[in-house]
Design a binder for this molecule. Structure first.
Ligand SMILES: [Fe+2]
Length: 392
């Protein structure tokens, strides 16, 4: 999925002299994954990249998990998560394992420091609010419905337009990228993919700051946060090129794949990482077989946990679930429509639902914070009505 990009000024040949107007050298940085074998970009800085005036430990940054208890379906409401703070400090992790963490953030103000996650990719789904992510690769404006995909090691600062926003945040120590089956052997999106290069928005404008002063960068590494104080602006890149950079993709640009009978969740897949996938449920026409059942069938995904974050619209297979809720359907127990939902779906022609789903291939743990948001009656919602599932 990553494809070649360049922005700003770069020398004709890599690793050659590239000079500022005053005759001194720009400082080259090769930023890459998997040693020198993975995706990489080459950036040209005004200042020496390793230059840090002061370092300080700000403490651990690991989620606090609790025992799951008996295996059961669970739901959490994030509607009333207290709003406040900047995007990074407002983030609350609700679920996680070694492969991925899932959280929400309701910031009310822009960041006054910079942030770099050196141990994980981050994917910020902007449910509400708009703003700009300022990065060393350039600026990424975002609006509701945008996934903001940020590779490890990207230094950024988020500015909010209206001073309030709501995000669903996915963090993963593995790369987050398009499913391989969407790409040809050269890495280009295939015709059957629900989105393509035209729908991805790489950084557009490069902001180059050559000023000195005192600038704070909080770095997440080794499950802790370090504070770095620089004597120069961290966004000092005059040009870069390569395959590694942040980008946005709007869920509204995801083209749903529909069929005569119910299409399985993989048609909604948007991204994948190690041991998890991200899917987008978007407004779409329902199945058009005359006897089709638009509601999904009950299903046991034996070795995966399923999390859905409900954004907008009426999610027809879920009773008692509201906007901003998250459901967790763990492995070990089938899930599907609640009593009456299947009949209720018959004859429906379309849905306006909007939701983000994350399926993990290892069990998810629940944080102490998630317990405070739990809707404890969720498992009992399958007990209402006739045990066969028919409406009474
Ligand atoms: Fe499911």
């Amino acid at each position: 999925m990553p494809y070649y990009q360049r922005l700003g000024e770069i020398p004709h040949k890599r690793h050659t002299q590239f000079r500022k107007p005053d005759g001194t050298l720009y400082r080259e940085e090769v930023m890459g994954l998997e040693g020198f074998s993975g995706l990489q970009s080459i950036l040209y800085h005004h200042f020496l990249p390793p230059r840090v005036a002061k370092t300080e430990d700000l403490g651990p940054a690991q989620p606090e998990y609790v025992d799951f208890g008996p295996v059961r379906h669970r739901a959490f409401t994030s509607a009333d998560v207290p709003a406040g703070g900047d995007p990074v400090s407002a983030r609350r992790v609700l679920l996680g394992n070694n492969d991925v963490t899932l959280g929400v953030a309701r910031p009310t103000r822009s960041m006054d420091y910079f942030y770099r996650n050196a141990q994980a990719y981050e994917c910020w789904f902007a449910h509400e609010g708009s703003g700009t992510l300022h990065t060393q690769f350039g600026t990424l404006p975002f609006r509701p419905g945008d996934y903001i995909v940020i590779p490890y090691g990207t230094t950024w600062q988020m500015q909010l337009n209206d001073g309030e926003a709501r995000f669903f945040v996915i963090e993963s120590p593995s790369q987050i990228h398009a499913p391989k089956r969407y790409l040809n052997k050269f890495g280009q999106f295939l015709e059957h993919s629900p989105y393509c290069e035209r729908d991805l928005n790489p950084p557009a404008n490069l902001e180059t700051h050559a000023e000195t002063g005192e600038f704070e960068v909080r770095v997440k590494a080794r499950d802790r946060i370090s504070r770095h104080v620089l004597d120069h602006h961290p966004l000092d890149v005059v040009g870069w090129d390569g395959y590694l950079y942040p980008y946005t993709f709007s869920i509204h640009d995801f083209e749903p794949i529909t069929g005569r009978i119910h299409q399985p969740p993989p048609v909604h897949q948007t991204f994948e990482g190690w041991n998890f996938v991200v899917c987008s449920f978007v407004p779409r026409l329902f199945d058009y077989h005359p006897e089709g059942i638009p509601a999904p069938y009950s299903h046991s995904n034996i070795n995966s946990d399923e999390v859905i974050y409900y954004c907008d619209g009426n999610f027809m297979s879920r009773k008692g679930i509201d906007r901003y809720d998250l459901t967790l359907h763990p492995s070990g127990l089938p899930h599907g429509p609640q009593p009456g939902a299947t009949e209720g779906s018959l004859g429906k022609e379309k849905t306006e639902e909007l939701a983000v789903m994350v399926d993990t291939f290892q069990p998810l743990n629940i944080t102490t914070y998630a317990l405070e948001l739990e809707k404890e009656s969720y498992q009992a919602s399958w007990m209402e009505g006739d045990p066969t599932g028919n409406p009474e």
